[in-house]
Design a protein around this ligand. Sequence first.
Ligand code: ADP
Ligand code: NA
Length: 327
Amino acid sequence: APVDRVFSGIQPTGVPHLGNYLGALESWVSLQDQYSSVLYSVVDLHAITVRQDPAALRQNTLDATASLLACGIDPSRSVLFQQSQVLEHAELSWILGCLTSMPRLCHLPQWKMKSRQKSQGSVGLYTYPVLQAADILLYRSTHVPVGEDQVQHLELAQDIARAFNRQYGDLFPEPRALLSSTRKVKSLRDPTAKMSKSDPQRLATVLLTDSPEDIALKFRKAVTDFTSEVTFDPEGRPGVSNLVAIHAAVSGASVERVVEEARGLDTGQYKQLVADSVIEKLRPVRDEILRLRAEPGYLRGVLVEGSDHARQLAAPVLSSVRHLLGF
Ligand code: ADP
Ligand code: NA
């Protein structure tokens, strides 16, 4: 039986935000205690599906690395690496792409969304789910922490693993989803949309490097409604419910408990309370990101070592793939 192995990746598109932290990075850290083999990749091949400035990409790769380390990813327990430095990802992606039918790819919801948004998009913007499958299968990964929006992509990876095994011989375990139990963090300016790096609205997104003053301001300006009481009703009152959900996630308490604690506060006072809890939670993370950012040589060293390690794991798997294919 294959060993349990966790794989996940984050795009180097800037410093992660509070949604990334609560929805993904926090659980990535605890998975280090639960699994003996854990890989986290800064997936820069995924970042070039849209145009990238090379200097910014280089900086963003280091920022993502600093952020993962600051959150608690420990390079002695996790293989923390840069995707583009392990050439096997690209080769396996091509091979798996040849096992994937166009209709299967076009059925993914992201495909439909993207073709509506930008018909001028690159080929990579459409085929990146195949690269994701390669990222996962290259390490014969068994568990993949994902958000709900990524479940269909993981199903594609499962389908591709099955198709490969059927056609060429049993090689890949079917990777299973480790679904995040955290509710999606919403934009502070439009609580019907998720908090996202690409949100053009100022004040909508809390970055892990935001100063306490920035965080306080963003929560002060958070969109709520005209009811001053604090209740949890995501459909009817998305704004204040987002604050409650953030507060619960940050403090590790239940939503009920948090609402109980907020009894007697109006939403204005409550925003300040939530801001304070976020500030305290992020303070050590922010301090550590800022410290590590000043040490680019150290960050590069971590990535070089991690990428060497990842390559050692990937090479024998790709070599089996090549042999099975007849190369
Ligand atoms: P973004 O969606 O901001 O571009 P990524 O796609 O790089 O961020 O997501 C990295 C991880 O963070 C994924 O596991 C994703 O599910 C999670 N994530 C992203 N945005 C949120 C959010 N608003 N709330 C909770 N989790 C999120
Ligand atoms: Na995402």
